[in-house]
Design a protein around this ligand. Sequence first.
Ligand code: AMP
Length: 208
Amino acid sequence: MLFKELEIIEPILQALKTEGYTQPTPIQEQSIPIILKRKDLLGCAQTGTGKTAAFAIPMLQILDAEKKAAPNNRTVKALILTPTRELAIQIDESFAAYGRHLKISHKVIFGGVPQYSQVQALKAGVDILIATPGRLLDLVNQGFVDLRHLKLFVLDEADRMLDMGFINDVKKIIKIIPEKRQTLFFSATMPQEIQLLSKTILTNPEKV
Ligand code: AMP
């Protein structure tokens, strides 16, 4: 299987070539067509499987099409929630790499550092926000982030969110984002609380 056979657009194919990716991993082969069809996804996958590219590549493609239709729309269109600063930075770097030939903006926000530069970056407008839950809620509550126009929501490493005690923050964020959206849910394991959460936030998901 080649990335081209997944109907990925040329600028992203070029970027994947630069990354040295010759073919999609199994999770990418399965997830990319589902996400491009705008369906919800429940992915049972660990780090190291190519999970980040499995959601980042089709998200960039969807947002690139939307950008062409509405070039001046500066609202946050996609949110990726992830439990740690390290993961957030890695995901941001992946969007930078796969989207290097596109004009899609992305910003990463996490706690444990002063918020000033994150707030300044948000003021310029951003298409994709990658965030840890606590800092995101802080910034939402201060009025620096508006999630009302979100179209794509990714919950990454849901089981670790639970282990690290972030699940209530995650639930609060889910309450403030639009109900009508595409949701991608990833977890390495599926304990009962995570299964329940997935049922409340996904609509007819495809499972991978
Ligand atoms: P992840 O599971 O998202 O943490 O990705 C694990 C590693 O695999 C990262 O270093 C990626 O750059 C790399 N990777 C992702 N997709 C591919 C691919 N199709 N071919 C080669 N490497 C990949």
